[in-house]
Design a protein around this ligand. Structure first.
Ligand code: GUN
Length: 298
């Protein structure tokens, strides 16, 4: 299979991590080590893996990290009290509360409690508002910001492009649309958001110059949904049963990669496409939070 049209997320994330490591070193030379706190509630297996990967990235880049694991029965009040403590902790520049949270805890209340200056996830209403307004002083959510960075660093033009996003979640779909429709570099696209109630979804997809699949349905995007030459970005991480695998299951994306790759102009592998970019942008947001906190003090 030709690898010529792959968008190498690992390589591009590596470039960003090198840039971040230099900025972290410059901060440490001034006596400030960037610090990131992870909060995990319960024992969701995927969340454990994701937080583990993010902790490892911090260690590689010279970013201090600490992880608070709370039992599944933690009350909303207890979680908010921990966030108040982390908001006040001067060693901590970024706070990430890993989603999903147990159902008895309201995510909206939790994300609104993280200080906007430490909200490296970009989920606080102030940062969501700044994104909509095109105010660059806020933090962008890591996955859509990482996808935009993939497009920019792969010289994929977004200006005037038809961008079709599958999925309207708060973590990827909605902020991705807001980023791509801004009057800005790496944006200026004509954006369509499709979701479970969209009529004629295949027709929308076939119009796309850039097709971003983030709805969490295994292999939803098939070859007949892709315009020849389109750029296809696969955000999906879906566990499907596979009796031939040792664990009995395996991970697949939202795109039927084998069928779509020959038609696409460029395509992200999965794994190795969007995932490493999410982590790289989290590291970038954390170093930026530390830089802004340091500049505010001096
Ligand atoms: N769960 C899945 N993606 C994310 C993310 O980007 N941030 C957080 N906090 N939780 C997630």
């Amino acid at each position: 299979m030709a690898a010529g049209n792959l968008i190498d997320g690992r390589a591009i994330a590596g470039q960003i991590q090198n840039e971040v490591a230099q900025r972290a070193a410059a901060l440490r030379a001034r006596g400030v080590q960037p610090g990131l706190a992870f909060v995990r509630v319960g024992e969701d297996p995927a969340s454990k893996v994701y937080v583990g990967m993010k902790e490892k990235a911090c260690a590689q880049l010279g970013i201090f990290s600490e992880t608070r694991v709370l039992p599944p029965a933690t009350t909303e009040g207890e979680l908010l009290a921990l966030l108040a403590q982390l908001n006040a902790d001067t060693r901590i520049h970024g706070i990430l509360v890993q989603a999903p949270l147990p159902r008895h805890i309201r995510e909206t209340v939790v994300y609104a409690t993280v200080s906007p200056q430490k909200d490296v996830d970009g989920f606080h209403p102030v940062n969501v508002g700044k994104l909509m307004l095109g105010d660059p002083s806020g933090f962008l959510p890591c996955t859509p910001a990482g996808i935009d960075e993939l497009l920019v660093r792969s010289q994929i033009p977004t200006e005037g492009a038809e961008a079709v996003i599958l999925g309207r979640g708060n973590i990827v779909g909605k902020p991705m649309a807001a980023i791509l429709c801004q009057k800005a570099k790496g944006a200026n696209a004509t954006v369509t958001i499709c979701h479970s109630q969209t009529r004629n979804i295949k027709e929308h997809c076939r119009r796309a110059d850039i097709l971003i699949a983030a709805m969490g349905v295994a292999k939803f995007v098939t070859a007949d949904m892709v315009k020849p030459g389109a750029v296809v970005i696969d955000v999906g991480v879906n566990r499907v049963s596979d009796p031939t695998a040792k664990s009995g299951s395996r991970l697949v994306g939202d795109v039927d990669f084998e069928a779509v790759q020959p038609i696409a102009g460029r395509i992200t592998p999965n794994p190795g496409g969007v995932g490493p970019m999410t982590i790289a942008l989290l590291m970038q947001n954390t170093v930026r939070a530390a830089e802004m906190a340091t500049a505010a003090k001096s």
